[in-house]
Design a protein around this ligand. Sequence first.
Ligand SMILES: [Mg+2]
Length: 390
Amino acid sequence: MRIVAVEPILLRGQQGYGASAGGEEASDNGDWQLVVRVATDEGLVGWADVETLAPAAVAVIAGQGMSILGFRTLSEMLVGEDPLQVERLWDRMYVGSAYYGRRGLAMQCMSAIDNCLWSIRAQAAGMPLAALLGGRRRESVVAYASTLFRETPDGMREAALGYVARGFRAVKFGWGVFGEDPGRDRELVAAAREALGPDRALLVDPGWYPAGWKRWGEPRSRREALAMCEWLAAHGVGWVEDFIHPEDFEQYAWVRANSPVPIAAGEQVATHWEFERFIRQGCVDVVQPDLSRCGGITVARRVAQLAQEAGIDLVPHSWLTHLLTGYSLQLLATLPRARFVEFNVSQSLLTRGITTQPFRLEADGTVAIPDAVGIGVGVDEDFIRAHRVN
Ligand SMILES: [Mg+2]
């Protein structure tokens, strides 16, 4: 079998990213979205979404490469290759893009392609991806509703009660206005906790550019970061997420060693080399590789091994289309421990429309893990054609 096309598909929508003031739902990136399609000469096709600067990603995947190794486009490195040799192709893409890639945009594009290749490999084997990755240990995972902070305590209460009514046993609020006003931050968290009651998990993602967009780029000191963990612990928060500059592993380790509340992070970390340092330095209690950023399934399965050896949890970051949810669920199916799947309740019309089989929350607050060949998520090709701009 040979790869015949690696196609970046640029989609345009009409919604922006943003938190809402009151109880109504927030919106993820609804203006641009990239999906990648890898096609083979035997008719097997892999699809993946990717969270990146979508308009630029088109050039990285299928633009004009240069003759020197390290400046090639990703499709140049792959067309004509055997798609089943996934890890060899990961290395090939990494070297081929080494001068402009290694992290960020090129790694995010590599992640999507790597996920497509794993999907093709599972389809070729006639297996669910989880079976190919080592075996399915569970049928479902508890889902946490993942959304943005609302601007008022009433908005938080209304939103939280809405998730409770839908059956969620866990909710994460992130970003939005959090960090702009310390007094209001406490009122927002208290309102969410009150609405969720004592038995549902409340997770908080303060953002690592504090004070929202007004003072962005000004980091918290380590004392401020620890003080925030201390007051959040008083509200029984299940974890505090991604609130330190992503390059500052030493600060993560210091705060985690002193924090009364578990620390979750890793959505900004990429490659197994970086995850190895992140985990070995003791930065987190919950490591959160994003399969559309970290290097794909090839990297994430190695992170799972590192997490298991370190005795920490792995909960993939997954706030995009249900393609990413589908890949994340296949990985979660294989883990010895799987606490949660991140469930993006803030999908825009664009991110929601890409898949045909949206995941649903079961009555017990879980999401069922597909047991079909591949990842068990279909794409709506009519929707993709209608929104395509490249
Ligand atoms: Mg986050």
